[in-house]
Design a binder for this molecule. Structure first.
Ligand code: URA
Ligand code: CA
Length: 435
């Protein structure tokens, strides 16, 4: 096989065989195929696309490029949730203990935040003492013992994706549905998930700006999962404004704790119950989503869900008192209100701008090497549809330094758009795709 022939074949709109795709991925990972050939190939894929068979083959070749985790020593079906990334998206910290409390094993590998979106590992690390770097043996042992474990990505999972994603990032080839879908699904499957629930975000704070684009990506990913023998479903959910009220690591942990105590924001609670219900069905715990939803709601109010989080924190070296005492979490020294200079209904909150501002405060990373500040972030007070008087506080900025806080204050004020007319609230779940 010659690489120039494979590039030309894709350029001219033909499908590559499984052998050809695995040849490209394998030799690229080994450093035999140079970046310039692989970027030409990625650009050909960007313009010509891939059919479902090719996309599945690409996913499989990427999984095979590195280590995989075998979760078969865990009793029960391992379901995993993947979110395509959002602003203030605290769902994993709520969902993991919630479904574990319902008896579904949670063996979760999570990532760190990049750009305007946050990551679960950064958030959990704000809890004093919490260890997120357990070895695979301990990870599995803990899931079998208490039904839940959350760790950062370890080992050499999908090295092909690390190389290819970095290449796509600098060659204008990130925005290709088959490349995105194979990138996400290969990482989930290499991490050992049996069944997968995808939360594909859409809106100003999301990767996919419209529900149509999000649905198209969801379809490709569901097809990959199902085609490789893993039950997969997807929800298309709103990210046109931040989820909940808190954006920033410690602030979001607080919000997750309140949600697990049944006192969380409506949108975050509703989304967690909806995703949780789908996870229970995928895990074959129940056949009925409505029943599952009610069962999970009961666990938020009975105290079982928050107890499971406290148990998780304790098992991983953290201080479980944090669920009752928020003073144990880091606090930013500067607190500034964002005050509305007019009255009206909140019509829109530019979600990207809010996420980007939180990142500039230090809640996120502009590059992979940046260090985050666990304490800083933005606490919203008003969301889309709320009425605001002149002088009302729209949000609070939690900053490390005064000048940074002032800049963030201005940026958040600009992110709010007020209107004289009450807007219709965007739906939280745009659509559901079952495998
Ligand atoms: N997220 C991923 O993990 N991969 C992509 O290609 C795009 C978004
Ligand atoms: Ca939030």
């Amino acid at each position: 096989m010659r690489v120039p022939d494979l590039i030309a074949k894709k350029r001219d709109g033909h499908s590559l065989t499984e052998e050809e795709i695995s040849f490209l991925i394998d030799n690229y990972t080994k450093g035999i195929i140079p970046d310039y050939q692989m970027s030409a190939w990625a650009m050909a894929v960007y313009f010509r696309g891939m059919d479902n068979r090719e996309t599945r083959a690409l996913t499989q070749a990427m999984i095979q490029s590195g280590e995989t985790i075998d979760l078969s020593p865990i009793k029960g079906t391992i379901v995993d949730k993947h979110s395509t990334g959002g602003v203030g998206d605290t769902t994993t910290i709520v969902l993991a203990p919630l479904v574990a409390a319902a008896g579904v094993p949670v063996a979760k590998m999570s990532g760190r935040g990049l750009g305007h979106t946050g990551g679960t590992i950064d958030k959990l690390e704000t809890i004093p003492g919490m260890r997120l770097d357990l070895a695979t043996g301990k990870f599995i042992e803990q899931v079998n013992r208490i039904g839940i474990c959350i760790v950062g990505q370890t080992g050499n999972l999908v090295p092909a994706d690390k190389k290819l994603y970095a290449l796509r990032d600098v060659t204008g080839t990130v925005e290709s549905l088959p490349l995105i879908a194979a990138s996400i699904m290969s990482k989930k499957l290499a991490a050992g998930a049996h069944a997968i629930l995808l939360d594909v975000k859409t809106g100003s704070g999301a990767f996919m700006k419209t529900p149509e684009e999000a649905l198209a990506l969801a379809k490709v990913m569901v097809d990959i999962g199902q085609g490789l023998g893993h039950p997969t479903a997807a929800l298309i959910t709103d990210m046109d404004q931040p989820l909940g009220y808190a954006i920033g690591n410690a602030l979001e942990v607080k919000e997750a704790i309140k949600t697990l105590q049944g006192k969380g924001p409506d949108d975050l609670t509703e989304l967690c119950l909806t995703i949780g219900a789908h996870l229970l069905v995928l895990a074959k715990k129940t056949t009925n989503e409505e029943e599952a939803y009610q069962e999970l709601k009961g666990l938020l109010h009975s105290g079982e869900a928050i107890d499971k989080l406290a148990q998780l924190i304790e098992a991983q070296g953290g201080n479980p008192q944090v669920v009752e005492d928020f003073d144990l979490l880091p606090k930013a020294p500067v607190l500034l209100p964002v005050v509305s200079d007019r009255e009206g209904y909140v019509d829109k909150i530019d979600c990207y701008q809010v996420g980007h501002t939180a990142m500039l405060l230090g809640a996120g990373r502009a590059t992979k090497e940046d260090r985050i500040d666990p304490a800083v972030g933005i606490q919203l007070c008003k969301k889309v549809g709320d009425y605001v008087n002149k002088g009302d506080v729209l949000a609070y900025i939690h900053a490390a330094q005064h000048e940074q806080g002032i800049r963030a204050k201005q940026a958040v004020l600009e992110a709010y758009r007020l209107s004289d007319h009450q807007p219709t609230k965007p739906p939280l779940v745009h659509s559901v795709l079952r495998g």
